[in-house]
Design a protein around this ligand. Structure first.
Ligand SMILES: Nc1ncnc2c1ncn2[C@@H]1O[C@H](COP(=O)(O)OP(=O)(O)OP(=O)(O)O)[C@@H](O)[C@H]1O
Ligand SMILES: [Mg+2]
Length: 521
């Protein structure tokens, strides 16, 4: 093999640091199996992109990285859009002929292995339920779910600001609906007038859009118990990182919803984690599959927030990996922050493809060994053009890499394994508690009454909660403060709920991050 190539690869990828192995470099179809293309754990937080045409091996690359990171003690979050990542929980099949061929060509010691997996699910059907409060979601993300335009989103922001100003907790969609109903009622007129930009007509549009959303069954994703992102940072007793897999197969038809939920998780992580600087290994690797869904028709405001989140979360020890077909799916401001790149094959069928390909080629570092455009179009399945940040922070030499196979199963786990994972999960028990439907009518009436009180000028009111109320989710929106010295149990429950949700500074911070109307509060 070409001497200069061998030397460049050997030097470029030699490291004593703990790293994960992606594969070995190739030149003219020959594999240099003495050298391993590696990603140092210390630069895993420098974010990355896994791109390539359909069927070229993106998901298997994600599986490979997730398994090795877990083995190195790094917790991992992955979104499983097609249901093909549950195989992480089962050992790979060493008898597979294609796998054997790959392992031999790479001189790779293949040891089948399963990984500690936690299944999460937005519906709760495929794993522990993940819910968010409307308040923590904020207007920008909710606006994306509701497909609002910028004007409508800014009105929604004002509704959030109104609730903040009046200490009204927004826990679930019902809370938001009641607030919107109130604001469009005769009683609420005064409130609308105080918030200059809120027109009754637009609030009406929001209300209708919300009702449609509830009819589509989205309501259950919002409310309490809200998912605590700290649960993504767990390690198993023997030190391996737990791989949390968000199963999305049953909400595939709602891409706006699940992509914003992932962004919400990132925002929550940003808020929950302290500054960490550069760590020897990340606290979490976060894989964002089908990332184009996030960027598709995102408003400028949302785009800015995504860029900002990516920039800031790195120093909190979280590495974010976007997985999508073409690098051109990712806006350049975000792309430029992705230090680690695994580019699978791209095909140039249409003039647009050819255009995208040329743009992609320009985003890679220079190389003496490859014609980048030709290499990208001729890579085989499970091969990729790789460049990562070395532990010194310098881009590694571009390497057309034959990837090692994941040590876990390259197909969904068997149903009994899935069942065991779902039913045996402590997270499921923690988050399963369903909303208290029985008292819904009572609660709703109390909310409307409370909302009216909130709008009345003298704040000297005592709110009686409905009898037998046990759950704090069922107590909003309503006044937080009472001038009455004696508080009922319901009142105390109510205040506790509000403290953890509405009045929590943390939630405000998140909403600042995700842009309330007044943005920089
Ligand atoms: N590293 C690898 N080792 C062994 N086989 C691989 C590897 N990568 C990909 N393959 C093979 O290629 C097939 C397709 O890979 P994968 O599902 O990862 O593609 P994809 O790019 O995610 O496709 P899509 O865009 O449709 O989701 C796999 O089922 C597997 O057989
Ligand atoms: Mg895939």
């Amino acid at each position: 093999m070409d001497q200069a190539f061998t030397q460049d690869m050997t030097l470029g990828y030699s490291t004593d640091e703990p790293s994960i192995v992606l594969g070995s470099p190739m030149l003219d179809g020959e594999v240099l199996s003495d050298v391993r293309v590696t990603l140092p754990l210390s630069t895993t937080n420098r974010h990355g992109l896994i791109a390539g045409a359909t069927g070229t091996g993106k998901t298997k690359t994600l599986q490979l990285m997730a398994g090795q990171l877990s083995a190195a003690g790094v917790p991992v979050f992955v979104a499983d859009v097609k249901g093909d990542l549950t195989g992480l929980a089962a050992p790979g099949d060493a008898s597979d002929a294609r796998l054997q061929e790959r392992v031999t060509s790479l001189a790779w010691p293949f040891v089948p292995s399963s990984h500690p997996v936690e299944l999460l699910s937005l519906t709760g059907a495929l794993g522990a339920p993940v819910r968010a409060t409307v308040s923590s979601f904020g207007p920008l993300l909710l606006g994306k779910v509701m497909d609002l335009n910028e004007t409508q989103t800014s009105v929604l922001s004002m509704v959030f600001a109104y609730c903040d100003d009046h200490d009204l907790a927004l826990l679930d969609l019902e809370d938001l609906r009641t607030t919107l109903q109130y604001l469009t009622s005769d009683d609420g007129k005064g409130a609308l007038e105080q918030y200059g930009g809120m027109s009754k007509a637009t609030v009406g549009v929001l209300l209708r859009s919300l009702v449609t959303m509830e009819q589509e069954g989205v309501g259950g994703f919002f409310g309490e118990p809200a998912f605590e992102v700290e649960d993504l940072l767990r390690t198993a007793p023997e030190g391996r990182g737990i791989i949390s897999i968000l199963e999305l197969a049953d909400v595939m038809a709602k891409p706006r919803l699940f992509s914003t939920f992932m962004l919400w998780m990132l925002a929550q992580l940003y808020q929950a984690l302290p500054e960490a600087g550069d760590l020897p290994k990340p606290k979490l690797a976060f894989f964002f599959d089908e990332a184009h869904l996030l960027f598709d028709d995102a408003s400028n405001a949302l785009m800015e927030q995504i860029e900002l989140t990516a920039r800031l979360i790195r120093s909190k020890g979280v590495g974010v990996y976007f997985v999508t077909q073409s690098p051109t799916d990712v806006p350049s401001s975000v792309l430029s922050q992705l230090g680690n790149r695994v580019q699978h094959a791209l095909r140039a069928f249409t003039p647009q493809d050819a255009d995208d390909l040329r743009k992609t080629v320009r985003t890679f570092p220079k190389t003496d060994h490859y014609d980048v455009e030709e290499t990208i179009t001729s890579l085989g399945i499970g091969e990729a053009l790789v460049t990562v940040l070395s532990s010194k922070g310098v881009p590694s030499p571009l390497a057309a890499t034959r990837l090692v196979p994941p040590d876990s199963r390259m197909a969904p786990a068997d149903p009994p394994v899935l069942e065991r994972l779902i039913n045996g999960s402590p997270m499921r028990i923690k988050y399963l508690e369903a909303p208290d439907r029985e008292s819904a009518h009572e609660i709703l009436s109390a909310r409307i009454a409370a909302a009216k009180e909130a709008a009345a000028p003298p704040p000297t009111v005592t709110v009686e909660g409905p009898k037998g109320e046990k759950r704090r989710r069922s107590t909003a929106p309503k006044k937080r403060t009472s001038t009455s010295a004696e508080k009922s149990n319901a009142q105390r429950t109510l205040e506790a709920g509000l403290k953890t949700v509405s009045s929590s500074e943390g939630q405000r911070t998140i909403r600042v991050l995700f842009g309330t109307l007044f943005g920089k509060r």
